[in-house]
Every structure is written in C-alpha cells, then in structure tokens.
Design a protein around this ligand. Structure first.
Ligand code: UTP
Length: 297
C-alpha cells in the first residue's frame, strides 16, 4: 500500500501569548520578529523546505496581521518597484508567493488539541504536519523533514522530542518510550508507550519532552473528539495522542538541531542573539558589539 504524501501543515496560532505580555496585548506572538522575520515565517519556511506547500493557519481574534503578512502588499510592491529596490521587492514577493495559505478560526483558546481539530475540514483524511511557530529550530535538515522521513517509513504519527532538565520538565508534554533499533538514527528513534501533559517533576516518566513539531495521522481528529479537557482545563493535544495510542502506534524522534522557545522571553532573547550572530550581514558587527559590552561588565 502506498502512503498518502504529507502535503499540509497546520499552524495553531490562536493562543493568547500571556508569557509575552505586554507585547502580545494587541499583536500576535507569532508576528514578533527574531532579527527581521516574524516567528511564523521561520516555521512556514521550514515546512516549505520540508516539501510542504499547503499551509493552514488557525487564528483567533487580533491575529489579522498574520493574514496581511502572507498576503500581497500592492502599495509596498509598487513603492519598491518605483524606487528600483529589486532586492527588497523579491524578498517581499517571496513571502506571498512561496506557499498556499488558508485560514480557519478558533473562536476561543480552548487548548492546542482543540486548535488542531479546527483544521479538520481543511486537512481531510490525510496525514499532516503540525508546527508551533514559537518553537524555532536551527538545523541542517529541517525538523519537519526529519519527522517526515520516519513517517514515510513507518506510516505512523511522529513527534519531535528533546531531552529537558528535570527542573523544567513540568512545562512540557512528556513521553514514556522505548528505543527502536534503527541503524540510520542511532539512539534517537523511540516507540511511545505513554504520554503525560505537564507532569510534576517527580511523576515525569522520562526526561523526553514533546516540542512543537508533529506529523499526525488523521485519526487524531476522532481522538480529540473523544477526550475531555485536561491540564489547565484545556483540550490538550497530548491527551488526544494518548487516546490514539490505544490502537495506533506513535513514534518519537530526538531531532537533530537546536530548538529555541521563542514564546518565552529568555528563549526569545537567546534566539535573537544566535540568529543575529549567524547572519552574514550582521554577525561580524554584532559579535564585536557583544565583545565590547562583555568587556565592560
Ligand atoms: P502555548 O502553550 O505557547 O500558549 O501554545 P499561548 O497561549 O500561545 O502562550 P502563553 O503560554 O499564554 O504565553 C502553543 C501554540 O498553540 C497555539 C498557540 O498560538 C501557540 O502557537 N494555541 C494554543 C492555539 O492556537 N490555541 C489554543 O487554544 C492554545
């Protein structure tokens, strides 16, 4: 049997972003720029570089600037054209040209599982990726591509995993998992036995946390419909995955790369510094500047 190709990626972007107040009072967290690019654009580019061109963004109130960002900006294009700024023009055009974007609304932030379920009609009965754009990942091979490679072999859902120190584990969904002998991915591929959302450190089944990249089979929608609100009174994606595990295998991959939690102030600052240092147009001067302030302190 040939597996359906993963063509679509769902971007839940209807959360309230309380960790980033007051910046997120009137603007979406997903539009905060790391260096000069909104968080969500990093995720969209990762999806595109993984071979996915169909983007579904789950939005809520106050998120209109996300739609404007991926739309054509006639006035800006006209202005750049008249000023002969071909470099900027092609950068601006690329944003609206690169992908096919559709939107669906989550009227109330009832949880990540609920947000993903809002995309049910647009996804249809096929496997799809989920990208949480406040996780930005720097890697050789895009993280979604790494998950797709596992999905294409096993035909099952795959979660991106990361080792997290014990004192931080209760901020994550955590898995109980057994290693799968896989020559290509030495000690990085797991078969999931159980999942717990935000456990107390003492109750965490491992130090392997789920981060914001998933490839899911469409059975996840029925699983979300079957569960009750969980941690924080929200409909949790982790709980739906646990439900789905009853009759579907789920794999976890310790991805290769570095993940920044840009939905958190410190994580956002770290991402900004590292991405700026790696920029060919800014890195040298920025490194020099950091050296001078380090020498002063
Ligand atoms: P977070 O857990 O980061 O929640 O959601 P949040 O509301 O965005 O931010 P904080 O914790 O209050 O600071 C992870 C992802 O899931 C989306 C968010 O937009 C974010 O991309 N999400 C979460 C929804 O789309 N809907 C929800 O009901 C909850």
């Amino acid at each position: 049997m040939t597996l359906p190709k993963v063509r679509k990626a769902v971007f839940p972007a209807a959360g309230l972003g309380t960790r980033f107040l007051p910046a997120t009072k009137a603007q979406p967290k997903e539009m905060l720029p790391v260096v000069d690019k909104p968080l969500i654009q990093y995720g969209v580019e990762e999806a595109r570089h993984s071979g996915i061109h169909n983007i579904i963004i789950v939005t809520g109130r106050g998120k209109a600037s996300i739609e404007d960002h991926f739309d054509v900006s006639f006035e800006l294009e006209h202005l750049l054209e008249s000023k002969n700024r071909a470099d900027m023009l092609s950068m601006v055009r690329a944003i609206s040209d690169i992908v096919d974007v559709s939107y669906v609304r989550q009227k109330e932030a009832l949880g990540l599982g609920h947000a993903v379920h809002r995309a049910k009609e647009l996804v249809g009965h096929e496997p799809f990726a989920v990208v949480l754009s406040d996780d930005i990942i720097a890697s050789q091979t895009p993280c979604i591509r790494q998950l797709l490679d596992v999905h294409e072999f096993y035909g099952a859902s795959v979660l991106a995993l990361m080792e997290v120190p014990k004192d931080q584990i209760s901020a994550y969904g955590v898995v109980d998992a057994e290693l799968v002998a896989d020559n290509g991915r030495e000690n990085r591929l797991f078969r999931i036995r159980n999942l717990v959302e935000k456990p107390k450190a003492a109750d965490a089944p491992s130090n392997l946390a789920i981060i914001g990249r998933y490839v899911l089979t469409p059975e996840i929608f029925a699983a979300v419909e079957a569960i009750q609100p969980g941690s924080g009174g929200e409909i949790q994606l982790t709980d739906a995955l646990k439900y789905m595990l009853r009759n579907r295998p789920i794999y976890g991959l310790k991805f290769e790369g570095k993940r920044f939690d840009a939905g958190d102030k410190l994580g956002f600052l770290k991402a900004t510094v590292e991405f700026a240092l790696n920029r060919h147009d800014l890195g040298k001067d920025f490194r020099e500047y950091l050296r001078t302030i380090c020498a002063q302190s």
